[in-house]
Design a protein around this ligand. Sequence first.
Ligand SMILES: NC(=O)c1ccc[n+]([C@@H]2O[C@H](COP(=O)([O-])OP(=O)(O)OC[C@H]3O[C@@H](n4cnc5c(N)ncnc54)[C@H](OP(=O)(O)O)[C@@H]3O)[C@@H](O)[C@H]2O)c1
Length: 305
Amino acid sequence: MNVLVAGGTGFIGTNLCAELRDRGHAVTALSRNPDPTSVPEGVETAMGDAQAYDSIAETVADHDAVINLVSLSPLYQPPSGTSHEEVHLQGTENLVRAAEEGGTDRFVQMSGLGVDPDAPTAFLRAKGQAEEVVRDSSLAWTIFCPSVVFGDGAEFVEFTKKLTTPYLTGLPGGGKTPFQPIWVGDLVPMLADALEDDRHIGKRYEIGGPEVLTMKRVAELAYEAEGKFLTVLPVPMALAKLGLTVAGPVPFIPFGPDQARSLKVDNTVDDNDIAAFGRTEDELRTLEEYLGLTPSSSPAHAEAV
Ligand SMILES: NC(=O)c1ccc[n+]([C@@H]2O[C@H](COP(=O)([O-])OP(=O)(O)OC[C@H]3O[C@@H](n4cnc5c(N)ncnc54)[C@H](OP(=O)(O)O)[C@@H]3O)[C@@H](O)[C@H]2O)c1
C-alpha cells in the first residue's frame, strides 16, 4: 500500500513509518518542515501544512491511505498564532476533504481519550469535533484513542519532570489523575494492523496500556530511574487552574488554565480495545520495564531496550 503518514516526522509518526516500511508498504511522512534525516531509512518525506489545503491536496491524492498524526501538544499553551482548532479541526477537515476529492479512500485518525465537542479543554474539544468530521466523511475510516504514549522521544514522562523538582515537589491535585500509558512499540503495530485489515473500518478504538498509573506515580518512576526520589505535595487544583503553582521552583514553562484542566481528565479506558488486535494487557510493556526499573517479562521487549 502507498501510505501517507501526516505528522509522520513526530514521535509516534517515526515509529509508525518504520513499522509500515518493515511490512513492505511505500511510506511518505508529511509535515511542515520534514527533515529527511529524521525519518527512518527508506521513508520518503513531503512538505505540506495540514492547515493549508492547497499544500497537501496533491500529495494526499497520490496515496492509497492517510494516517492523520498531525499534532499540537495539549501539555503546553499553543504558541501565539496557532490554536487546537486550527491544527486539529481544520487540519483534519483539510486532510479528509483532500482524501475525498483525491480518491484516497482509507483514513486512520489519531484521536485521544476524553475527546468531546463539549469537553473542558480546547484540545479535547477540537479533537472531538475532528472525530465528527471523520465519521461524517465518505471515507473508510478507523479512529484510535490511546492514553498517553511512552517511548524514546515521547513528551509525557519528560513533562511530568518539568512540572516537578526531585525530592520535594507540588503537582496539581497531588497528581492523582489516572493515566494508562502504552508503549509506542505496542501501539504502532495496532495502527498498521488497522490499515491492513478491513474488519477495522468504521471502528473507534480506546487503547490503554497494561496498568493504571497516577501522574504522581509517573513522576516518581521517572526520578527513580535516575536514582532520585520524589515527595509530592498536593497543590489545590484551584491554584493550578490559575497556572501559578507549576511555575514555582522550576523554570517557567508555558502552562496555563487549559493545561491544568486537562490534568483533571481521567485518561484510562473502561474496555481496552487492544483485544481487537489480539493483544492482552499482560503482554504489553510497562513503564517500569521501559525505564529499566523492573526486568522485561517479554523477550521481545528485552531486545528492544
Ligand atoms: N504522544 C502521546 O502521548 C499521544 C497520546 C494520545 C494521542 N496522541 C495523538 O497522536 C498523534 C501524534 O502525536 P505525537 O506525540 O507523535 O505528536 P508529535 O511528536 O508532536 O508530532 C506531531 C507531528 O505533526 C506535524 N505537524 C504539526 N503541525 C502540522 C501541520 N499544520 N501540518 C502538517 N504537519 C504538522 C509535526 O511536524 P512539523 O512540526 O514539522 O510540521 C510532527 O510531524 C496526535 O494526534 C496526538 O494527539 C498522542
